[in-house]
Design a protein around this ligand. Structure first.
Ligand SMILES: NC(=O)c1ccc[n+]([C@@H]2O[C@H](COP(=O)([O-])OP(=O)(O)OC[C@H]3O[C@@H](n4cnc5c(N)ncnc54)[C@H](OP(=O)(O)O)[C@@H]3O)[C@@H](O)[C@H]2O)c1
Length: 250
């Protein structure tokens, strides 16, 4: 399958989880992939597994100076990007009273500023017919305790789907979003929760899910590939929820 032959895909946060799985899926479909992560070690490890059609850039989505260097760093490998998946991220969860100013800034810097300026940096090297996909969350559809800051930041990303789509129409670039439910990734490792707390959360959440299982990263990857492909050529400004029905069924 060579649906993405001669295409270059840029994925923020591609060392793990959905970003890594999406990188694998694009490579399996003929693309060349550039991924980012916050450390040389995680980037190198991912590139070792992804193989010759992947390159990595160390870049922190929460650090504006890193984002402003992205275009130049990408140009060391390619002069164009056909697909941009803005995916890097995590949450810090806790009640309103426990949120610190620094937690708030960390999450908004990475998810809101990070998404906006990554797209701003990449747009000049995205040709007509390109595609942008933003990673949001099903949480924007519900109202989950302890997730106010993360959900608000993702709601801003959700809003970008429509405003960016509107602006990118004249460039013939499609913009869409993927909204994951509970997916089996390393996301909880960045939250400050202990291993026991993470295991406890997974055990408590699983029975509440419509299909009694977390989603697989590959189920997000396949949705991203669909949105980026010619099969989605008339899909623009929408978000596909991939949460096993969690936000839609009782
Ligand atoms: N898992 C879920 O249930 C779920 C549900 C809804 C939405 N999401 C969203 O899905 C996206 C991917 O998360 P995941 O679940 O796949 O988690 P994951 O397995 O922890 O992967 C996160 C990826 O993002 C990278 N990353 C994290 N912070 C970064 C930063 N500041 N700058 C650059 N890269 C960064 C990590 O790389 P390094 O560690 O190498 O930096 C890693 O490659 C996130 O935006 C998350 O909010 C997740």
């Amino acid at each position: 399958m060579q649906k993405f032959k001669n295409k270059v895909v840029f994925i923020t946060g591609g060392t793990n989880g959905m970003g890594f799985s999406t990188a694998q899926e694009f490579i399996n479909n003929g693309a060349k992939v550039i991924i980012t992560g916050r450390s040389q070690q995680t980037v190198d490890k991912a590139i070792d597994s992804l193989g010759a059609n992947a390159v990595g850039i160390v870049s922190n989505a929460g650090k504006i100076s890193d984002i402003l260097e992205l275009q130049n760093k990408i140009k060391a490998h390619t002069n164009k990007v056909d697909v941009l998946f803005v995916n890097a991220g995590y949450g810090k969860f806790g009640p309103i009273e426990a949120v610190t100013l620094s937690d708030f800034d960390e999450i908004f810097d990475m998810l809101v500023k990070g998404t906006f300026f990554t797209v701003q940096q990449l747009l000049p090297i995205m040709p007509k017919g390109s595609s942008i996909i933003l990673n949001t969350t099903f949480l924007t559809e519900v109202g989950h305790s302890n997730m106010s800051v993360y959900t608000a930041a993702k709601a801003a990303v959700q809003s970008f789907i429509k405003t960016f789509a509107s602006e990118c129409t004249s460039k013939n670039i499609r913009v869409n979003g993927v909204s994951p439910g509970y997916i089996k990734t390393n996301i909880f490792n960045n939250t400050g929760m202990s291993t026991e707390q993470i295991q406890g959360t997974i055990e408590a959440v699983t029975p509440t899910l419509p299909f009694k299982r977390f989603g697989e990263p590959s189920e997000i990857a396949k949705t991203v590939l669909f949105l980026a492909s010619e099969d989605a050529s008339y899909i623009h400004g929408i978000e596909i929820t991939v949460d096993g029905g969690l936000s839609r069924t009782k």
